[in-house]
Design a protein around this ligand. Structure first.
Ligand SMILES: Nc1ncnc2c1ncn2[C@@H]1O[C@H](COP(=O)(O)OP(=O)(O)O)[C@@H](O)[C@H]1O
Ligand SMILES: [Mg+2]
Length: 225
């Protein structure tokens, strides 16, 4: 069984749950935290993950099916997405294969739009992901089919505020531009699709202006620091 070691969890890949491909995401103990606090935080992350996974489903966003939770071992048993690549891996592959950045961008544009539409649905349902990165988005099967899954909801919350949604997008922007340098144009495609897809135009404007505000705060901080 392959094991992936993350910052917060170990992932056991290639298992099966009554005949269905299954991964086990086991959150491990943080020894620097008080054990009681650690246990409470870990359970909270697991609950947030399960809750947001299901809420996304209801909103029409693909997420891995959760089969079972074991609070004694801090493990979530969930569907293993078959032939999955992370969006991060896929963008890197396309950018590495294309010498011309403009043609890599046009090749990746449909994916950026799919991401924007998915995040619009998510925020319309007041789900804040909390850790949006291109590693927390999976493409199932042939990447050109754009079968996008969202994962890793341990830091998620349920919030209606424009501020939280703006911060969610800002987290993605920072992660996106540091994982994929010179990809501002691609990120702008995500935002354009997000804006197009969001029905409530006023609410969306508010989110984007919060994003601008947080960007400015971020910039001031780096200028001072
Ligand atoms: N359901 C799944 N199916 C296939 N691969 C997965 C699944 N969940 C996670 N992975 C892989 O494991 C990695 C880490 O999982 P993730 O839930 O993001 O945990 P972490 O908190 O360690 O980032 C993902 O980036 C992805 O490559
Ligand atoms: Mg992750």
């Amino acid at each position: 069984m392959a094991v992936l070691q993350g910052a917060e969890a170990k992932l056991y890949l290639g298992g099966d749950f009554y005949g269905r491909p299954c991964i086990i995401k086991e959150r491990f103990q943080k020894n620097y935290r008080h054990p009681i606090l650690d246990k409470a935080l870990t359970s909270q992350r697991i609950k947030s993950e399960v809750r947001a996974n299901l809420r996304c489903r209801i909103a029409g966003i693909q997420t891995p099916t959760i089969f079972m939770v074991n609070f004694d071992t801090n493990s979530i048993y969930m569907e293993e997405i078959q032939d999955a690549v992370t969006v991060r891996q896929h963008i890197n592959t396309v950018q590495a294969a294309e010498l011309n950045p403009a043609s890599a961008c046009s090749q990746l544009k449909p994916l950026a739009e799919a991401i924007g539409r998915t995040l619009a649905k998510m925020h319309t349902s007041n789900i804040i992901h909390g850790d949006l990165t291109t590693s927390n988005m999976l493409l199932e099967g042939d990447p050109s089919e754009l079968s996008l899954f969202l994962i890793d909801f341990g830091l998620s919350s349920f919030e209606a505020s424009a501020e939280d949604k703006g911060v969610d997008l800002y987290v993605l922007e920072r992660a996106f531009l540091s994982s994929h340098p010179n990809s501002q144009e691609l990120f702008d495609c995500i935002l354009a699709a997000y804006t197009d897809q969001t029905q409530d135009k006023n609410a969306c404007k508010e989110v984007i202006s919060k994003l601008d505000e947080v960007r400015l705060r971020g910039r001031k901080r780096t200028m001072v620091g």
